[in-house]
Write a protein that binds this ligand. Structure first.
Ligand code: HEC
Length: 116
């Protein structure tokens, strides 16, 4: 990280802290990406095995209450937020922590971003 970034962030009062967190998140994600470029092919296999029964082949829900995971509202969130949502589950959505690794989930997210 360039030494002047800290100074720049503090010139934005209020937003500074949030921007700082976003920068750290971005750096973490990019660092992860450098180690492992998301594999949408593997993501597709994992999606077909684990998600398609509820979220459908195109991301359009096939059960009541599941969001549309095709391009659109459901996916307008950063990878990290989706990763947490998939790890934790919610109501009828099963938790995938311990079933899929974070790396697997990132592959699935990369694949979901190609759905429409
Ligand atoms: C048993 C059915 C089922 C399966 C299997 C399933 N989901 Fe879901 N999923 C749901 C439902 C229902 C919701 C909506 C939960 C709610 O908001 O109450 C949901 C929500 C989500 C959300 C949005 C979560 C949020 O916080 O808004 C994502 C992202 C998601 N699923 C991804 C996946 C992925 C990726 C897989 C496969 C690894 C998967 N789901 C497997 C039923 C399922």
């Amino acid at each position: 990280m360039k030494p002047d970034m800290k100074g720049r962030a503090s010139t934005m009062p209020g937003a500074g802290r949030l921007a700082g967190a976003a920068v750290i998140g971005y750096v973490l994600l990019t660092a992860g990406g450098a180690l492992h470029a998301a594999d949408t092919f593997k993501g597709r296999q994992l999606y077909t095995t684990n998600c398609v029964t509820c979220h459908g082949a195109t991301g359009k829900s096939v059960i009541p209450g599941a969001p549309n995971l095709g391009l659109g509202d459901g996916m307008m969130r950063p990878d990290f937020t989706l990763l947490n949502a998939i790890r934790s589950g919610k109501n009828a959505m099963p938790a995938f922590r311990g079933i899929l690794s974070d790396r697997d989930i990132m592959d699935v997210i990369a694949y979901m971003r190609t759905l429409h």
